[in-house]
Design a protein around this ligand. Structure first.
Ligand code: CAA
Length: 378
């Protein structure tokens, strides 16, 4: 693994950082406070190629690879974690359609996701009673004369009120993971309804809704991949998605640590900058070390995926470590800020709120450990 960035990777990082610093970061606190979906900011990301970083250029993507994608996610998340999760899920949807879609499905949806014509893409796997265990889902898809009819309830759907296209998982066969299939459902399809946005602890500018599928009719060619292949498609998409969430956690940690270091330099108590005290230095040292370790794990997983190697366990290691480190780092930085860490005038509390979900979504820490252990034991 080469630690030097290629020209393409460096260009993607510069592009993402410039846009994040100039446009996203100044808006982040207001977006959070107002719970405002960052529609125009997402359009800007699309125009820079950041909604399909690892998607073939023939389909409108940047074709810059997985490492570039991870690095871009880190930059965007450093500025605004809500924008980053929307970008992450949209990239995941564009990639999964590029990989498993027919020529027609790819041509229909991927350019629209990459160009920003669609504000976002959604990944509709979880249900109220099927989170860590998607194999127990209850949503069904029944064949009709000319297609499929979907019935069920989805939960925690990122960007569900704004998505141009959803990947929806439903049961087409018997029980368990082998009975599931994936479908592409366009936003606005009759019978697909987004519910009330969740009132979340963090990521308040991202949109998270339940989705009801009420006799939602889709054509025969809405099936993504083969019938019964849905669970594997979901798992493969999530392996990649977990690199995105690890990178998001790293971006949040970076911003949090930078704010903490600034504060430690400026804040004086007992006649000294608080950064002169060992208690504060240890917080900074531990955080820097954990952040770099997380970064190495995430880039290794990205590199393996880009090389075409098996990377499920490495993506899970990156996700569990980076997300748990993000919670520790952002919590420490709140502590370092004292009372100022607890109020909205400083970004420290937002970083902690935003970091918290990274150990939960796209597979909880407990699920990542199952994946890692199964790979080690088999
Ligand atoms: N790649 C390819 N195939 C895979 C795979 C992978 N990574 N993981 C499993 N499979 C295959 C297995 O080989 C097996 O194949 P066969 O049927 O041919 O034997 C099949 O899938 C079933 O596998 P398991 O028996 O391992 O399945 P399981 O029920 O024990 O579940 C699990 C495994 C890892 C726990 C899985 O259920 C899991 O990852 N759960 C977490 C779900 C999750 O991450 N949800 C996130 C929601 S999306 C989200 O949060 C997005 C957002 O909007 C932010």
């Amino acid at each position: 693994m080469d630690l030097e960035l290629t020209e393409t990777q460096a260009l993607v990082v510069r592009t993402a950082r410039e846009y994040a610093e100039r446009v996203i970061r100044p808006a982040a606190a207001d977006l959070d406070r107002e719970e405002r979906f960052p529609r125009e900011i997402l359009q800007g990301l699309a125009e820079l190629g950041l909604m399909g970083v690892n998607v073939p250029s023939a389909l409108g993507g940047a074709e810059a690879g997985v490492v570039a994608y991870a690095l871009a996610m880190m930059e965007v998340a450093r500025a605004c974690a809500s924008t980053a999760v929307t970008m992450s899920v949209t990239n995941m949807v564009a990639e999964v359609i590029s990989r498993f879609g027919t020529e027609e499905q790819r041509a229909r949806y991927v350019p629209r996701l990459c160009s920003g014509e669609y504000a976002a893409g959604s990944f509709a796997l979880s249900e109220p009673e099927a989170g860590s265990d998607p194999g127990s889902m209850r949503t069904v898809a029944e064949r009709t004369e000319d297609g499929w009819v979907l019935r069920g309830q989805k939960q925690w759907i990122t960007s569900g009120a704004y998505a141009g296209v959803f990947v929806v998982w439903a049961r087409t066969g018997g029980p368990g993971t082998r009975g599931l299939s994936a479908f592409l459902v366009e936003g606005g399809t009759e019978g697909l309804r987004a519910g009330k946005p969740e009132d979340k602890l963090g990521l308040r500018a991202s949109n998270t809704v339940p989705i009801t599928l009420d006799d939602c009719r889709v054509p025969a060619d809405a099936l993504l991949g083969s019938e019964g292949e849905g669970f594997k498609i979901a798992m493969m998409a999530l392996d990649g998605g977990r690199i995105g969430i690890a990178s998001q956690a790293i971006g949040i940690s970076t911003a949090s640590l930078e704010a903490g270091v600034d504060y430690a330099r400026q804040r004086k108590q007992f006649g000294h900058a608080i950064g002169d005290y060992q208690a504060i230095q240890w917080m900074i040292a531990d955080s820097r070390t954990e952040l770099d370790a997380a970064r190495m794990l995430a880039l290794r997983a990205a590199y393996l995926k880009e090389s075409g190697a098996v990377f499920s366990a490495e993506a899970a290691m990156a996700k569990v470590y980076a997300s748990e480190a993000a919670v520790r780092i952002t919590n420490r930085m709140v502590q370092l800020h004292g009372g100022y860490g607890y109020v909205r005038d400083f970004p420290a509390e937002r970083h902690l709120r935003d970091a918290r979900v990274t150990t939960i979504y796209e597979g909880t820490s407990e699920i990542q450990r199952i994946v890692i252990a199964r790979h080690a034991l088999r």
